[in-house]
Design a protein around this ligand. Sequence first.
Ligand code: AP5
Length: 213
Amino acid sequence: MRLILFGPPGAGKGTQASLLKERKNLAHISTGEIIRAAMKSESPLGDEARSFVTAGKLVPDTLVRKLAEDAIARHDNDDFILDGYPRTLQQAEWLDEYLADNLVRLTAVVSLKVEDFIIIDRLSKRRVNKETGENYHLDFKPPPVDVPSKLIMQRRDDLPEAIQTRLKEYRDVTLPLEEYFKSSGRLIEVDGVGSMEAVYERIVAGVAAREVA
Ligand code: AP5
């Protein structure tokens, strides 16, 4: 199975990708996580990306293309979930070129639909374990009591101003891609509001219907 999880920041792409990874044995390829790891290790790529990420802006296309293609290739071009890639028309066209060159067909693009006020709540209450990278939500999935509080941090791009910039980048640059995927018959729209389990079940049902069709 080869999926793209698409949607605004905070739609639950990472949460659902983790569930799909665990239960369907798919590789989770998150360009956001790859970029954050590069920033942490202070590699040249990380240093170049840092100011964009912190401000909530998209990192230039040329920086992410190779990251994404290398990660897909590492998983033999199969059984993967792309989380957060592509996010621009240029990235989508490069991905299609890459898939065609490698004779790979996407199973589906799952677009998670969540309204802005819910996104703002999710992102402002997200906390991250800085060692494991695990995401929490202060109300719906609080950090376990046995995790020391010094390990729990807030992402800098989850501060109010950066959230607004990310939402604007999404609306202006990324959302138009829905039309690109819809016109090629690959888009599945899924209501991303509800419990994490309920959203997961909707995704699995939507993808299964696509596989049968
Ligand atoms: P990235 O890390 O991909 O951030 P994002 O797309 O903004 O997505 P998030 O991780 O914020 O949200 P999510 O949809 O994964 O939601 P999550 O499951 O975590 O990218 C970061 C940055 O890297 C970008 O801004 C950009 O600078 C750069 N970048 C990355 N890819 C790029 C690309 N292709 N091109 C250019 N630049 C790129 O959930 C959020 C919160 O909600 C959590 O607290 C979670 O516990 C909670 N939650 C999830 N589901 C539910 C639910 N059903 N009910 C209640 N709470 C829920």
